[in-house]
Write a protein that binds this ligand. Structure first.
Ligand code: NAD
Length: 351
């Protein structure tokens, strides 16, 4: 067994009302002028942090959107320079965190992140950006946040649909982590525990979105699954979702939700022993177990419901297999097309 172990150097502050420690975190980092970031939808909630920071807040930018378009980053960057920001406070999900990372990549500004979904971007050195309709991904230590504050109280109002799809997105990081060629004993343990946390919490959140205990478990699962994504390389599932999002403009978390049972079921056929811990959690065969779990949560099941047409399937299969990448099962274009066809129609997965 050979491996190299690295993990996010971020300070993790977890707990109910932990976001009240935001200004203390700024002081510890030696910062005095925060730029608070959010999406438009979270503008009012982010404003509560801006207000609470008082003189420590230099300004607020609430224009974050999905897939981190470069023109939005440039507008935020211009504003950050105008107000003399010395750190970034990203309040929100992967879209807002992506904006913070994109600014940090260009400026080295320190980042404090307060995640409010389960997507996991806050503990990875990855940044996806879009320009002229093309999405590219880079890895750089410059985008790693310095502090992550997980406050379950801030997730009580996260809509059930976003809770479910961003939670399934997180499970996908963990599931692919189990067969990553660069996995290590720690990443595999974290992956299994992360999946367990979501298997327990998501059904409870669907039943009662304000269930504090379940929200706490899910947010902890987000940290764990995000940590797996930050530590090891991803394979077929992430590649296909990246293709469907980048080239066909499908929504990120929903696409992960639909594809998860199909891609993991596809690979489970060749590495059942590596995925056995996931099958023990979600049921056998694993693809069907995952789809039953998703269906029970009310998650989308078919790509056609997300806007993909049947005529797109050939091109999607071609794009997903044209550059070689690590995957436990050989990437045969016809087999991938058949898998995409099942996912498109909302059929049960192969495995
Ligand atoms: P998101 O950040 O786009 O949020 C989804 C919606 O939920 C938004 O409208 C947002 O305003 C709203 N929202 C967020 N938190 C809320 C709350 N607590 N209450 C009410 N509404 C809330 O969605 P996401 O799934 O977190 O992130 C998706 C993006 O993150 C994609 O662009 C994806 O590529 C990126 N991502 C990156 C990484 C990485 O490591 N680089 C990892 C995962 C996802």
């Amino acid at each position: 067994m050979d491996f190299v172990y690295r993990s996010s150097p971020a300070e993790i502050i977890f707990g109910s009302h932990s976001s009240e420690k935001l200004s203390d975190c700024m002081v510890k980092l030696g910062c005095r002028r925060a730029l608070v970031l959010s999406t438009a939808g979270q503008k009012i909630r982010a404003g509560l942090f801006t207000d609470r920071l008082g003189g420590f807040a230099a300004g607020q930018f609430s224009g974050a959107v999905m897939h981190t378009p470069v023109p939005v980053t440039e507008a935020a960057l211009h504003y950050a320079r105008q107000i003399g920001a010395d750190c970034l406070v990203a309040y929100g999900g992967g879209s807002t965190i992506g904006l913070g990372k994109a600014i940090a990549y260009r400026t080295d500004l320190l980042q404090i992140v307060i995640p409010t979904t389960y997507a996991g971007s806050e503990v990875t050195s990855m940044l996806g950006q879009t320009e002229n309709g093309l999405k590219t991904t880079l890895r750089s230590d410059k985008v790693l946040p310095e502090v992550v504050i997980y406050d379950p109280e801030l997730t009580l109002g996260l809509p059930v649909s976003v809770s479910v799809t961003s939670g399934l997105n997180a499970i996908a990081h963990a599931a692919e982590g189990l067969y990553a060629p660069d996995r290590n004993p720690v990443s595999s343990i974290i992956a299994v525990e992360g999946m367990r946390k979501f298997a327990e919490a998501l059904p409870k959140i669907v039943a009662d979105p304000a269930d504090r205990a379940a929200r706490t478990i899910a947010l902890c699962g987000a940290w764990l699954c995000g940590s797996v994504l930050g530590q090891v390389g991803m394979s077929l599932h992430h590649k296909i979702c990246h293709t469907l999002g980048g080239s066909f403009n499908l929504p990120h978390a929903e696409t992960h939700s639909v594809m998860l049972p199909h891609t993991i079921g596809f690979n489970a056929a060749v590495v059942p022993e590596l995925l056995a811990p996931a099958a023990a959690i979600f049921g056998k065969p694993l693809g069907r177990g995952l789809q039953d779990f998703s269906r029970g949560l009310g998650a989308p099941i078919a790509l056609r419901d997300l806007g993909l047409t049947e005529g797109d399937l050939d091109r999607a299969a071609e794009l997903a297999t044209q550059n070689p990448y690590a995957n436990p099962r050989p990437l045969d274009r016809q087999a991938i097309r058949a898998m995409l066809r099942r996912a498109w129609a909302g059929l049960t997965p192969e495995g």
